[in-house]
Write a protein that binds this ligand. Structure first.
Ligand SMILES: NC(=O)c1ccc[n+]([C@@H]2O[C@H](COP(=O)([O-])OP(=O)(O)OC[C@H]3O[C@@H](n4cnc5c(N)ncnc54)[C@H](O)[C@@H]3O)[C@@H](O)[C@H]2O)c1
Length: 248
């Protein structure tokens, strides 16, 4: 795997305690970034800190990203502790229950939108304010291929992740002259615990749409994220990158 040059850079990874976020944090550490993980799962976050510490300097903060005020305070804590926030990988999210538009419970809809879309706004807003002060920043938001395809059984998740791409584009335009880049990625299917609660039929349908006929790996996901988050990415902003393995 390639390593990037993140020496002297600080990186925040939300939802970094496990899954895709953990692997991104690991790759950033291996590339000499100082990493802070935000996650609301204290046990998983402390376990992640223990295993990642052998790779470099990793702090954790127990943050629920759906609490806008807590997010703002946590961004302030990181900026004070590290001096600056150079990289944000906003990865925390979750699919919520399966259901169609005609059957989805309104409370479930609101929860999924709050976690995946509103929290993206809270985290991006809180962090970009610090980046703007320092005239440098790289933001990567994690969307989903669902955003582009609108699966019948995950309407709230798909709508929220489409919103993530939209927030990404708006913020990219706002910050384009400040040496800040804001991009999103849309993975298809990565085998994490994300798939644990989903039905076998759902998983089979998901894989049947991938021409590569397999799950994307967390390592492959981290590769693209790290390039987008690196200083090398000095021009590309406001884009969404699919990690879809060619769609059938
Ligand atoms: N796995 C996939 O196939 C896939 C595909 C497309 C997009 N994604 C997106 O990638 C991201 C990571 O997915 P994953 O598969 O690694 O999931 P995961 O469930 O393994 O990890 C998500 C992490 O986010 C944390 N988290 C959840 N809600 C939170 C909250 N309110 N506040 C703080 N932390 C919170 C969890 O504790 C967990 O550590 C998600 O945004 C997901 O929607 C995943």
């Amino acid at each position: 795997m390639n390593r990037y040059d993140f020496a002297g850079r600080t990186a925040l990874v939300t939802g970094g305690a496990q899954g895709i976020g953990y692997e991104i944090a690991q790759r950033l550490l291996e590339s000499n970034a100082e990493v802070t993980l935000w996650d609301f799962d204290r046990e998983a976050c402390e376990a992640a800190q223990r295993t990642l510490s052998s790779k470099g300097k990793v702090d954790i903060d127990i943050v629920d990203i759906t609490d806008a005020e807590e997010v703002s305070r946590a961004a302030g804590r990181m900026a004070t502790a590290r001096g600056h926030i150079d990289v944000l990988v906003h990865n925390a999210g979750g699919s919520g229950p399966e259901g169609t538009v005609s059957t989805y419970a309104a409370d479930d809809w609101r929860r999924v939108i709050e976690l995946n879309l509103n929290a993206t706004f809270y985290v991006n807003q809180a962090v970009v304010r610090h980046m703007s002060q320092h005239g440098y920043g790289r933001i990567v938001n994690i969307s989903s291929i669902a955003a582009l395809e609108g699966p019948a059984k995950a309407p709230a998740y798909a709508a929220a992740k489409a919103g993530v791409i939209s927030v990404t584009r708006s913020l990219a335009r706002e910050t384009a002259t400040q040496n800040i880049s804001v991009n999103s990625i849309s993975p298809a299917a990565v085998k994490t615990r994300f798939y644990d609660g989903l039905s076998e039929t759902f998983v089979t349908t998901v894989l049947s749409k991938i021409a590569r006929q397999r799950f994307l790996t967390v390592e492959e996901t981290a590769s693209l994220v790290c390039w987008l988050a690196s200083e090398d990415n000095s021009f590309t902003t406001g884009e969404n990158f699919n990690l879809a393995g060619a769609r059938n």
